[in-house]
Ligand binder design. Structure first.
Ligand code: ZN
Length: 191
């Protein structure tokens, strides 16, 4: 069985303020009792993370099982994605039109994917990329495009929680306010 993760990505954190915001976010989570300040080996892919705190249940939609692992914070330019599989469509930030990236049978539509693949590589390299919408013809910043199930997010700060129940919208709202009124998106999946 793989591990499940949910990464809360701060869409408004910049390369310059990501580390300070990471510290602010962890402080807030510790104060709320959602994670513990003391770090333990509780996350895949890193030596240490913050284990769940006494009030972890206040962050989740349904506290019907206990989180088994902890929080790892990622800073720096990162393509956050949902792990296995690919999104079936992307949504234009201007016209809200969908670009179909896969057929009904889940076969990728290569010519539709290509501009996104190029933009993802460019964003990884430089932090800037746009994709022209085939529907309205306008260019949209790559991070402004939305994806099926929020499969991708492009940002500089992510709070990666391993094996937690789904977060509640109320918690995400409070967390976003604690980070200075920033927009958050949750990218989740399995590894
Ligand atoms: Zn469009």
């Amino acid at each position: 069985m793989g591990s499940h993760f949910q990464t809360v990505v701060d869409l408004d954190a910049t390369a310059a303020d990501a580390r300070a915001l990471a510290a602010l976010g962890v402080d807030w989570l510790v104060r709320e009792g959602i994670v513990r300040a003391g770090m333990t080996p509780c996350v895949p892919g890193a030596p240490l993370g913050h284990p769940p705190g006494d009030s972890w249940a206040s962050a989740v939609e349904e506290a019907d099982w206990e989180p088994t692992d902890g929080l790892r914070v990622e800073t720096g330019r990162t393509v956050f994605d949902g792990g296995q599989g690919e999104p079936r469509y992307a949504v234009c930030p201007h016209c809200a039109g969908r670009v179909e990236l896969a057929t009904e049978d889940w076969d990728p539509v290569e010519e539709a994917w290509e501009p996104f693949e190029e933009a993802i590589a460019a964003w990884r390299a430089s932090g800037r990329a746009v994709v022209a919408c085939p529907g309205c013809g306008r260019e949209g910043e790559l991070p402004a495009w939305r994806w099926e199930d929020d499969h991708h997010a492009f940002g500089h700060l992510g709070f990666e929680f391993w094996d937690w129940p789904a977060f509640s919208p109320a918690f995400l709202d409070r967390f976003g306010r604690a980070l200075g009124g920033h927009r958050l998106v949750v990218v989740g999946g399995k590894f």
